[in-house]
Design a protein around this ligand. Structure first.
Ligand SMILES: [Zn+2]
Length: 339
């Protein structure tokens, strides 16, 4: 059957994707993560907002001292309260009450969302309406055990520091990217993230796809404006922010896609194409190599000398991408399978 196997994801991966991936508009997610690390030690699964408020606000207050900018929006009444506490204008009880009222408005809902959807594992349940707090799950207790908790907490802390650095320098999120070095397990900032112009690949790729979208087989055309395809990164370009070693602009990773697949209502965006589509990408690359296509040497240089090397290469890319992007994508197929 197929050459590829689906990657099994585990709870530490989901937790890391929550911390590492996603658009941060405020540092609340980091504060909540660090608070979870603390309250899990109490061994009570129900954590009332009164009790969650203390560590949550304390972490924000500590960070505000070093980095005043903790959100991309201009004003937040909760952040103002934290500043007022630091300045001695309100006491701990007032800070706690404000935190309960305002501090958790979005972060409890948004905590588990990665790349537009919830991760499959929940580390807490929202029981604010029924029990006035959140309920930690078995997954949280299992994950945040003595062996893991130190590592995970320092990862949250370093990610938080990097994000506030970006805000402090007033840099565009697209220009400053936090990368995860999978060998050394460190995070770092790379300011030289740039995108290579890939439109010149159109002609070369259309020869193989013969006027059909790589993903759904809908008709595409290089000459008719309405049917003009997008040059699509099979493994989404955003992965370059997390993995600095891979050339995602390489031909091995480029396909021609109809606009619906690339950016339509149910389009791919930053989701990961399914294994079936990965198989199709491998078949395409192998075809270009064995047919002595002009791109042959480029493809070999980018992905490996033998067919087995190239399968291993794509499998590694898939594993890495899935652990970051989590969600797979496959469009409805329009018309017969063509390649
Ligand atoms: Zn399509």
């Amino acid at each position: 059957m197929g050459n590829f196997i689906d990657k099994t994801l585990d709870d530490p991966t989901y937790w890391r994707s929550i911390i590492l991936f996603g658009r941060n508009v405020a540092s609340y997610k980091f504060a909540l993560a660090r608070s979870l690390v603390e309250v899990v030690r109490n061994n009570d699964d129900l954590v009332r907002l009164d009790d969650l408020a203390e560590p949550f606000a304390r972490h924000i207050c500590q960070h505000i001292k070093d980095a005043p900018v903790q959100a991309t929006s201009k004003s937040s009444r909760f952040l103002e309260a934290c500043q007022n506490f630091n300045d001695g204008h309100i006491d701990a009880t007032q800070l706690r009450d404000t935190t309960v009222r305002l501090g958790f408005n979005n972060v409890i809902d948004a905590f588990h969302v990665v790349n537009g959807d919830d991760v499959p594992t929940r580390f807490f349940l929202d029981e604010r309406k029924t029990n006035g707090g959140i309920r930690l799950t078995t997954a949280a207790f299992n994950l945040l055990n003595e062996n893991m908790v130190g590592t995970l907490d320092s990862e949250v802390q370093s990610r938080w520091r990097l994000v506030e650095t970006a805000w402090e320098l007033n840099m565009n999120r697209n220009l400053i990217s936090v990368k995860h070095d999978t060998d050394s397990h460190t995070l770092f900032v790379d300011k030289e993230n740039h995108r290579i112009n890939v439109t010149s690949a159109r002609d070369a790729l259309n020869g193989y796809q013969k006027g059909h979208c790589f993903f759904c087989f809908a008709p595409i055309s290089l000459t008719q404006i309405a049917l003009q395809p997008d040059v699509d990164h099979f493994f989404p370009h955003v992965l370059g922010s997390y993995d600095h070693k891979t050339n995602y602009d390489g031909v091995w990773n480029l396909t021609l896609s109809c606009r619906d697949c690339n950016r339509g209502e149910n389009g791919k965006f930053a989701k990961l194409p399914s294994l079936k589509l990965l198989e199709r990408l491998n078949t395409r690359n192998e075809f270009l190599i064995t047919s002595h296509h002009p791109l042959r040497e480029t493809l070999i240089q980018q992905t490996g000398r033998s067919p087995a090397d190239r399968i291993r290469y794509l499998q590694r890319q898939f594993d890495n991408a899935k652990s970051i992007l989590i969600h797979e994508w496959e469009p409805e197929q329009l018309g017969p399978e063509r390649f």
